[in-house]
Design a protein around this ligand. Structure first.
Ligand code: URA
Length: 239
């Protein structure tokens, strides 16, 4: 038996078995995050700031300022404009698309091309104007050849979408297409099997539906989208 075991424990000491338990718990926590595909965790000790400060909701101007002339991912290389989002900062309804296309990149505004014109028609059919809602995307810079954003690109950009949602606090979010749906809700569910169903993002109702660009190629899909939008209108009427 060594001499450490013979004396009483000091307040600033820990037993080997307590330490072993902490290491086991830590291992389990890391495995839990890894199984969910989380690769990065914040460095250092958790902030000791009061909860109120840690959760401070930024205004749209503050969010835009934080984004700056962003070079957080490779999409910055091909962009003309960062497409932040547009619309009513008090919107009850938010649309989330995939990422800017050519027209959006040129003009710095989301959904201004052909898909955007169709989205405008959908909004008007719902009895609203484009300026009543807020429109933004998963990524703010145009992916080359209009490919889908890659997970590491989305991962860099999506915190700013989360911040916009936290500031605007819409009653309903419509995810346009599978990219918006899968990245916002961190799901691998298919849009074809999920559209028309309600989901939840931080207490906000989320309706996935088909992307307007898909509707341009598949006009038959307009009918289910309209069914989905009727469900959205019903909820908006009651809030
Ligand atoms: N498609 C999108 O997903 N977003 C846009 O802004 C334009 C087209």
């Amino acid at each position: 038996m060594d001499c450490f075991a013979l004396r009483a424990r000091n307040d600033n000491e820990i037993t080997m078995s307590e330490l072993e338990k902490i290491v086991q718990d830590l291992k389990q926590t890391l495995q839990y995050h890894q199984q969910r595909g989380i690769e990065f965790l914040p460095k250092g000790r958790p902030s000791m700031k009061p909860e109120k400060d840690a959760k401070k909701i930024k205004t749209l101007e503050e969010i835009r300022a934080e984004i700056g002339d962003c070079t957080r991912c490779r999409l910055c290389k091909g962009r003309t404009h960062i497409v932040f989002g547009v619309g009513n900062p008090n919107a009850k309804l938010m649309f989330v698309g995939e990422g800017p296309g050519r027209d959006e990149d040129m003009q710095g505004e989301p959904f201004v091309g052909r898909a955007g014109q169709l989205l405008n028609k959908i909004i008007e059919a719902m009895g609203m104007k484009r300026s009543d809602v807020f429109i933004n995307n998963i990524v703010m810079c145009r992916p080359p050849e209009n490919r889908a954003p890659q997970p590491d690109e989305a991962e860099k950009c999506i915190p700013f979408l989360h911040q916009r949602i936290a500031f605007i606090k819409p009653k309903v979010i419509v995810c346009l297409g599978s990219v918006a749906f899968q990245f916002l809700l961190k799901t691998e569910k298919k849009i074809s099997q999920s559209r028309g169903e309600w989901f939840d993002y931080e207490g906000i109702k989320v309706m996935p539906t088909y992307h307007p660009a898909f509707l341009l190629r598949n006009p038959d899909a307009k009918k289910p989208v309209w069914e989905d939008m009727k469900k959205v209108m019903e909820v908006l009427k009651s809030v």
